[in-house]
Design a protein around this ligand. Structure first.
Ligand code: PGA
Length: 234
């Protein structure tokens, strides 16, 4: 596990964007796993900014998002990750529509949708997966108790996640731990004091289902980027 500590959220977002841009330049058909939440907001701004300046071309990449609420309620569509990604990133860059993969929070056959998503990823292995981390150690929506061999599936959200994300959803769809672990390279981002304790537990503690992010310790190419506050206990 490589750990990079940067000064603040601004520097973290700049570095994460630079890594993605460099990788896309090197491999124009890169397959990227994207995350949502507060942490990558500025990363997406930076990527859009770089695209507008002509510094990067996303026309060859493929994307897979980590997770989605389920089932999507009509009056809460704005809180869906499909809406987040469209608003913050996809509608402002040139990724062909057919190259964008999102979990379908409206699916009528959810078992099939999850299986299809897993198969799509198997056919298009993720080169670079971006992750955030929950204060309870979740990655994607793999909440505490998630198994190491878990795949894309429906999960029950933990009360702390529902509260923190300010949603009324109790269930979600997420790539599994094993799906995430198959990514060739992983970048985990953590910013702010609220993440300091979970980052400490992930780095210093043992691998355990109680802290799903701890499984990442066994990944062969993972870089954890923290700002000073998130890294204050390590
Ligand atoms: P956050 O969420 O970026 O909003 O803190 C991260 C996560 O829950 O994975």
């Amino acid at each position: 596990m490589k750990i990079i500590e940067v000064k603040n959220y601004h520097a973290l977002s700049m570095l994460a964007a630079k890594i993605i841009i460099d990788e896309v330049r090197e491999k124009p058909n890169l397959v990227i796993g994207f995350a949502t939440g507060k942490t990558p907001l500025k990363l997406y701004k930076n990527l859009v900014g770089a695209y507008r300046k002509g510094e990067v071309d996303f026309s060859g990449i493929k994307t897979f998002n980590l997770d989605e609420y389920y089932p999507i309620k009509q009056n809460e569509y704005k809180k869906s990750y499909r809406s987040y990604m469209s608003k913050r990133f996809f509608s402002d860059v040139n990724i062909p529509k057919e190259n964008i993969h999102l979990l379908d929070g409206n699916s009528k056959d959810i078992a099939k949708s999850c299986k299809d998503y897993e198969n799509q990823i198997r056919k298009n292995p993720i080169d670079l997966q971006i992750l955030g981390i929950g204060i309870n150690g979740h990655i994607g929506f793999n909440e505490p108790g998630s198994k190491k061999d878990s795949k894309t599936r429906v999960v029950k959200l933990s009360p702390s996640t529902i509260k923190r994300n300010k949603v009324s959803y109790t269930k979600a769809l997420t790539m599994g731990i094993s799906t995430i672990m198959k990514s060739k390279k992983i970048i985990l981002l953590a910013s702010g004091k609220s993440k300091a304790e979970v980052i400490e537990r992930m780095i210093k503690g043992k691998e355990s289902e109680k802290l799903p992010a701890s499984f990442l310790k066994n990944h062969k190419d993972i870089t954890v980027i923290v700002d000073k506050k998130a890294g204050s206990l390590i």
